[in-house]
Design a protein around this ligand. Structure first.
Ligand code: PBG
Length: 356
């Protein structure tokens, strides 16, 4: 068997293994093929594997999503997300302090709004003393260094459960922008460091950027959910906030999972309109999109390891079908390897244990 293409300068003929044994007259003789390339040499010890590792998980690149609810000193488990809770503001501050000391620099807030406060125009979203605004203030007062990221979309506040304004079963684009921009300003006023529009209306990044600038919030950043697919993997999140659409689905604004070029179009528009960071969501079923987006723009790229991705691993681990820690780390690594600079993940709460 000729293996010249493997042997560099020194082409050789490699005898069959049985032949080596026969020639040496010794069944135990070590195999001594002269392979100039042996990739396994770089894997032979833990130290060497660490030395050549191409991708690293550090708490610094993680964002922990936090579900918040009204009340005091209370937490409610989210049934479809083992280990995830809805926190009252005081306990959310405690949790944030814990993960901030563990090196996670940011939280993303999602308010669970009582049904009687919801209406078709998401009025409660603009309440300066609302649950979200008061939690932003409490977090920034208690932990000034913590980055607070807020979601800009109507769904948690909307009696229709859609991200934009609904009229005659249509999700209105331009009319929604006014409400979304007012939400972003209200969040910036309360102290949010980055507002994160997740609504997928057209033109919202530019609209929100100028609304923020007009009111003196030049320093408030925009993290755009630029590429957000209409995904089945958001199911547990909608349970957590009770925010599923009351009718229809989100396919007229969130993207078709079949599309790749469209993702690049969305990302380029958002960067032109002023996005400081762009996000791809979900992460796991869209690693190819993360890679392409990373190559297409210069701004940092985030990826959202969504509720369903978390729930799959937790549920399988509970059944004893998967090693939770190993599977979670492998999933998070794959997202970073694909090109994400920043990862939103419910596993960020547990990162110290996972990385130990
Ligand atoms: C709301 C929003 C959703 C998520 C983040 N922001 C759900 C949706 O669009 O229906 C999903 C996050 C997750 O599944 O973890 N606009």
């Amino acid at each position: 068997m000729r293996l010249e293409w493997l042997s560099g300068k020194d082409p050789m003929t490699i005898p069959k293994i049985s032949k080596i044994k026969e020639l040496s007259g010794n069944q135990e003789a070590p195999q001594r093929l002269r392979l100039s390339q042996r990739p396994r040499r770089n894997r032979k010890s833990d130290a060497l594997r660490r030395l050549v590792s191409e991708t690293h998980l550090t708490p610094s690149n993680f964002v922990l999503p936090l579900f918040i609810m009204g009340g005091r000193e209370n937490k409610q488990p989210v049934a479809s997300m083992t280990g995830v809770y809805r926190w009252t503001t005081d306990l959310a501050v405690k949790k944030a302090r814990e993960i901030y000391s563990a090196g996670v620099p940011a939280v993303a807030l999602f308010p669970c709004i009582e049904e009687h406060l919801k209406d078709s125009e998401a009025t409660e979203a603009l309440n300066p003393n609302g649950l979200l605004q008061s939690t932003i203030k409490a977090l920034k007062d208690a932990i000034p260094g913590l980055l607070v990221i807020t979601d800009v979309a109507m769904d948690p506040y909307s009696s229709d459960g859609h991200d934009g304004l609904v009229r005659d079963a249509q999700i209105l684009n331009d009319e929604s922008l006014e409400i979304l921009a007012a939400m972003a300003v209200s969040q910036a006023q309360a102290g949010a460091d980055l507002v994160a529009p997740s609504d997928m209306m057209d033109g919202r990044i530019g609209f929100i950027r100028s609304a923020l600038d007009d009111r003196g919030f030049q320093e408030t950043g925009i993290l755009s959910y630029a590429v957000k697919y209409a995904s089945a993997f958001y199911g547990p999140f909608r349970d957590a906030l009770d925010s599923a659409p009351k009718s229809g689905d989100k396919k007229t604004y969130q993207m078709d999972p079949a599309n790749r070029r469209e993702a690049l179009r969305e990302v380029k528009l958002d960067v032109c309109e002023g996005a400081d960071i762009v996000m791809v969501k979900p992460a796991l079923a869209y690693l190819d999109i993360i890679t392409q987006v990373r190559a297409a723009v210069e701004v940092p790229v985030a990826a959202y390891n969504v509720s369903g991705e978390y729930a799959m691993i937790k549920a399988a681990a509970e059944k004893g079908w998967l090693d939770e820690k190993a599977a979670a780390l492998e999933m998070l690594l794959s997202i970073k390897r694909a090109g994400a600079d920043i990862v939103f993940s419910y596993f960020a709460d547990d990162l110290t244990r996972l990385l130990s």
